[in-house]
Design a protein around this ligand. Structure first.
Ligand SMILES: *[C@@H]1O[C@H](CO)[C@@H](O)[C@H](O)[C@H]1NC(C)=O
Ligand SMILES: *[C@@H]1O[C@H](CO)[C@@H](O)[C@H](O)[C@H]1NC(C)=O
Ligand SMILES: *[C@@H]1O[C@H](CO)[C@@H](O)[C@H](O)[C@H]1NC(C)=O
Ligand SMILES: *[C@@H]1O[C@H](CO)[C@@H](O)[C@H](O)[C@H]1NC(C)=O
Ligand SMILES: *[C@@H]1O[C@H](CO)[C@@H](O)[C@H](O)[C@H]1NC(C)=O
Ligand SMILES: *[C@@H]1O[C@H](CO)[C@@H](O)[C@H](O)[C@H]1NC(C)=O
Ligand SMILES: *[C@@H]1O[C@H](CO)[C@@H](O)[C@H](O)[C@H]1NC(C)=O
Ligand SMILES: *[C@@H]1O[C@H](CO)[C@@H](O)[C@H](O)[C@H]1NC(C)=O
Ligand SMILES: *[C@@H]1O[C@H](CO)[C@@H](O)[C@H](O)[C@H]1NC(C)=O
Ligand SMILES: [Cu+2]
Length: 697
């Protein structure tokens, strides 16, 4: 139970005190790497190359106070020591008594022009209510985010530009309340979450999506512009309100026209009042890629006739980041079991990682508890795709004489090695952080792994959900989607069964709510958003045939799906017969589909709403790699639901149509005259005012 916990023992921050410039000489435990295609190895620097630099002036005192064991007595429910953010200091400020000063959270001002200091800084939030207890069971659009006995946790967020330099190069990034990295949301299962957004960007529209949260009864809070809402124009406010009814590791991010890789994302942790695994402390670690250009420029370059690369792979100029920074020290206590929550909010590449000298026991993927698996058993590495999360238990050493490197590498399998391409070594594809037991001890270099192919990674299809939910069946509806890329009018577009996604004039949900009820199940009325209509309660099987030469992490909103089968790379299309039907398939919300291979998933269409199904590589979304799953639209139409005024206001001020079919035609849903049907040729992402009205994605 987490009712009264020690707060913030260890802090994750970006090279605040000492950071290591190079090298290392100690012998380290070389866990799990003595077999496989790679070898143990260390950078060949001698110990004489070790230097410590104190390039950033930070007082030492925060370290001391951070490790002094602050306690919080909570009158409601407590918060464990996810040291990541410090929303803890203000979070629940009305409901908790902080018995020690949280001075451990350093101000960002001392290094404002370089990297931000504390990832996931404090933000305004308030809590009201009494006990937590999940209870949300909506089946149609009700807008009812009040049917819970949990607390209400309110965040007030002003989204705006901040200058940051996580890789040493200063650039504008999108932050919250003047801070970047953006804050995390941290609530108990059953809490009602309210996020009051103000768009203070001036030159871009925005929206927020709660990745992995099913939004039962609250589809209009899903945050996908063009699908469940209009973009929020600069100067406008918008209230998100939903029930955190699923425990686990999630994240929030902009879902508006390729915007999130400019920094608008953060962790979203929903705490379980009775977690099935024992642990003492928590860590949140994000693995992402970084670019020095802003997304509107990258998108414009990619989605133009002068398009840079066929595959839209921007040069990973900023390389990899761990917790939105380089050279991060993660302070740990000895003899302690940590729950480590890994989140991959990357724009393009997946990531693999190694905690040197420490085993990792996986216990959760994408909000689904798993039967524990030592992730490195058999010498396999673990990897994570954009959008995915994975939590593991890690027992720290009993001794504090050494520190250990954390290696994060961009998954080479996503960098077209399968096409014989070699990632350009001038870009820092890897990042290093340290598990710091002892600030006086050496900071060793990370292990070096060689020739990482698909077989060097643990296959996540082999996880088993802890609840052992049986295979869904029989299948009522099988949907086969062939996914490939095509040059359409000179622009590289992804096509699903021959069609690229082109945003409609009206958000798809709003179409379902405003056309004649007799037409809502006709996919035609939704336009070129790759609409697939499912009946309430159907067991849907989706076969994804990836005909393309890269891996694509496919994400479904509104559900966790069972993964029935996933082929090796280059296995061709699904033949129609399963190699082995798993009795208790793993569920998650994002699955990596291998290059020129396939994956088969199942879910039950019991969550009425419009749910995007898309590749989570953000540039691929901009290139049309999305479908709209239109689930039980007759239930939506019958709900008689009225959209909140601020949602309508978002449409009026943007402006964007909000009534009628994909063409904005509300008197004849079958008349699609005027619906967008050509590929945007001047896509500048979320730039406001918009350049084209069909680019919503
Ligand atoms: C991180 O450390 C490396 C050396 O290990 C150094 O070259 C690099 O400049 C550091 N990066 C930042 C952003 O501090
Ligand atoms: C939120 O915090 C910011 C920065 O501390 C402050 O300027 C703002 O007034 C606060 N907003 C609310 C609603 O408390
Ligand atoms: C948007 O405005 C911010 C703040 O002025 C600026 O830094 C950024 O470059 C602008 N973005 C574009 C694409 O012009
Ligand atoms: C890691 O797990 C393996 C297999 O369970 C075990 O043999 C080994 O001792 C563990 N290593 C560490 C560092 O805990
Ligand atoms: C920390 O490391 C230093 C240098 O290796 C060592 O002298 C010291 O004993 C260590 N302290 C602890 C508490 O392990
Ligand atoms: C990144 O790390 C991996 C794993 O150790 C290694 O194979 C690769 O060469 C490294 N890449 C770069 C560019 O340093
Ligand atoms: C794409 O098609 C256009 C004509 O629509 C053609 O000019 C261009 O060369 C093609 N680009 C590629 C990369 O095939
Ligand atoms: C909806 O369509 C049906 C069948 O075409 C028609 O009878 C009915 O009048 C329409 N309802 C409205 C409100 O337009
Ligand atoms: C279809 O809609 C267009 C544009 O609103 C209109 O000009 C046209 O007359 C409509 N056609 C029919 C058959 O209603
Ligand atoms: Cu993709």
């Amino acid at each position: 139970m987490l009712s009264s916990t020690t707060l913030a023992y260890c802090f994750v921050w970006a090279s605040l005190t000492q950071h290591i410039v190079a090298g290392g000489s100690n012998e380290y435990d070389s866990w799990g790497h003595s077999y496989g295609d790679y070898q143990n190895g260390w950078n060949s620097r001698s110990s004489s190359t070790w230097q410590r630099s104190t390039s950033r002036t930070k007082a030492a005192s925060p370290v001391t106070s951070a490790t002094s064991g602050l306690t919080v007595s909570s009158t409601t429910h407590g918060k464990s020591s996810s040291d990541w953010q410090d929303t803890s200091s203000s979070f629940r400020s009305t409901a908790t008594t902080v018995t020690a000063s949280l001075s451990s959270v350093e101000s960002t001002t001392t290094c404002s022009s370089i990297a931000t200091s504390v990832p996931y800084p404090a933000t305004n939030s308030t809590v009201s209510g009494t006990s937590a207890s999940p209870s949300k069971t909506g089946t149609a659009l009700t807008g009812d985010a009040s049917s819970t006995s949990g607390n209400t946790v309110t965040y007030d967020w002003n989204i705006g530009w901040v200058i940051a330099a996580p890789d040493g190069v200063a650039r504008p990034v999108i932050g919250v309340n003047g801070q970047w990295p953006c804050p995390s949301i941290d609530v108990m299962q059953g809490d009602r979450v309210v996020v009051n957004v103000y768009n203070g960007l001036g030159n871009e529209s925005t929206s927020l999506h709660w990745h992995g949260i099913h939004q039962r009864g609250t589809n209009h809070m899903d945050g996908a512009t063009g699908t469940t809402q209009c973009p929020i124009a600069p100067g406008q406010s918008f209230r998100y309100e939903w029930i955190a009814d699923q425990a686990g590791t999630y994240w929030w991010h902009s879902h508006n026209m390729g915007q999130y890789p400019d920094g608008l994302w953060g962790p979203l942790i929903v705490r379980d009042p009775n977690p099935p695994y024992q642990y003492d402390e928590e860590l949140i670690i994000t693995l992402s890629d970084w670019y020095n250009d802003q997304m509107p420029y990258i998108i414009h370059q990619y989605q133009s006739t002068a398009g840079e690369a066929e595959d839209g792979t921007p040069n990973p100029v900023g390389g990899a980041l761990i917790n939105s920074a380089k050279n991060v020290s993660i302070h740990v206590k000895p003899s302690t079991t940590y729950l480590v929550r890994i989140i991959c909010p990357a724009a393009f590449t997946g990531h693999g990682w190694v905690f040197d000298g420490h085993n990792q026991t996986t216990v959760e993927v994408d909000g689904v508890y798993t039967v524990p698996v030592v992730a490195t058993a058999g010498g396999k590495n673990v990897r994570i795709a954009p959008g995915q999360r994975q939590s593991f238990l890690m027992r720290t050493k009993d001794t504090t004489d050494k520190n250990y490197a954390i290696l994060d590498f961009q998954d080479p399998n996503m960098l077209f090695i399968n096409k014989g391409l070699t990632p350009d070594p001038v870009y820092p594809l890897n990042a290093t952080a340290w598990l710091v037991y002892n600030t006086s001890a050496d900071y060793p270099p990370p292990p070096v792994l060689y020739n990482l192919g698909n077989n060097d990674f643990f296959d996540d299809v082999n996880y088993v959900p802890l609840d052992r939910e049986p295979l869904l069946g029989p299948v009522d509806r099988q949907l086969v989607i062939d996914m490939s890329m095509e040059n359409i009018t000179g622009i590289s577009r992804y096509i699903l069964n021959g069609h690229t996604f082109i945003g409609a004039k009206v958000p798809t949900l709003y179409s379902s709510l405003t056309v004649n009820e007799t037409e809502v199940s006709n996919p035609t009325i939704y336009g070129d958003v790759n609409p697939y209509v499912f009946k309430y309660g159907e067991v849907v099987e989706v076969v994804m045939n990836n005909l393309h030469s890269n891996l694509h992490p496919m994400h479904l909103h509104g559900h966790q799906f069972q993964i029935i089968e996933r082929s090796d790379p280059k296995a061709g299309k699904f033949s129609g017969s399963y190699s082995k039907l798993p009795a208790k398939p793993i569920r998650r919300d994002t699955v990596m589909v291998q290059n020129e291979g396939y994956a088969v998933i199942r879910f039950k269409a019991d969550n009425p709403g419009i749910w995007l199904f898309h590749c989570h590589i953000e540039l691929h979304v901009e290139a049309g790699f999305s479908a709209s799953f239109i689930e039980a639209p007759e239930e939506l139409a019958a709900s008689g639901f009225t959209l909140p005024g601020d949602h309508i206001n978002a449409c009026k001020t943007y402006p964007m149509d909000y009534v009628g079919n994909a063409a904005g035609n509300d008197y004849n849903a079958l008349n699609l005259t005027g619906a967008p049907d050509t590929v945007p040729k001047n896509n500048w992402g979320a730039i406001y005012p918009p350049t084209e009205d069909s680019a919503h994605s």
